[in-house]
Design a binder for this molecule. Sequence first.
Ligand code: PXL
Length: 280
Amino acid sequence: MSYKRILTVQDISCLGQCSLTVALPVLSACGHETCIIPSAVLSTHTGGSFKGYTFRDLGEDIPAIRTHWQRQGVRFDAIYTGYLGSTSQAAYVAEIMDSLLRPGAKIIVDPAMADNGRLYAGFDAEYAAAMGRLCKKADVILPNITEACLLTGLDYRENCDEKYIDALLSGLLALGCPNVVLTGVSFSPDYTGVVVCEGGKKSDYRHPRIPRMFHGTGDVYAASFTGGWLRGMSLTEAARIAADFTVRSIENTLDDPEHWYGVKFETALPWLISSLQRKN
Ligand code: PXL
């Protein structure tokens, strides 16, 4: 079994089941040491009917944390980045990728910035361009369709066909990252899933579509994908396990109409742990 030291850089949404409050428990459950740099602190995430949330950008701390860790000789086996607090943080994160990774370390970038055809509150085209520069440094990127459009300049479409997905994938590969896991790809009303492009080879994984939108599922997906992939699974296997884990997390939430702000991924963690054990 492989025990990796992972650094994840994302916000702390104090309430809302996304970003670090998902990544920490999921990566720990996957059997990895997880170090964090919080990009921002918010009282809640910015989605749904949360209004008037607090927001503190912690970007100024990032260079000082990097310098301290560099002095201590700290190195990571992987870095996994998600929601950043501002455009300028992308350059700080790039510096960390250049200075604090062990040889052969993996870079996973989830360009978490948009969904359903729209950027999240507070983000703009400049932020999307900065995410594109981070994607260039990555081993794997995990955009949803909206993020893929922002990264490639293609128009957002609600209905996908093979040709559209291929155009998005070529645009994403042209950013300079060799592997792509495109999430939320639905070729028919009843099914949704992911398309994986691993070293030029394309595959897809579909599961029945659940007709309700949940926040934070991209983070649940990216954290469990990262945890599985760093346990030594192939990219395709990790992409499938992450999809199944996300579906289970959603299913665990469906009977609770008041739980609109996130998914109950915690109750699916035993399934994730036993699935990873079976694979190793
Ligand atoms: O789940 C993505 C995400 C992460 N962090 C914050 C968000 C969102 C999505 O809305 O608002 C603060």
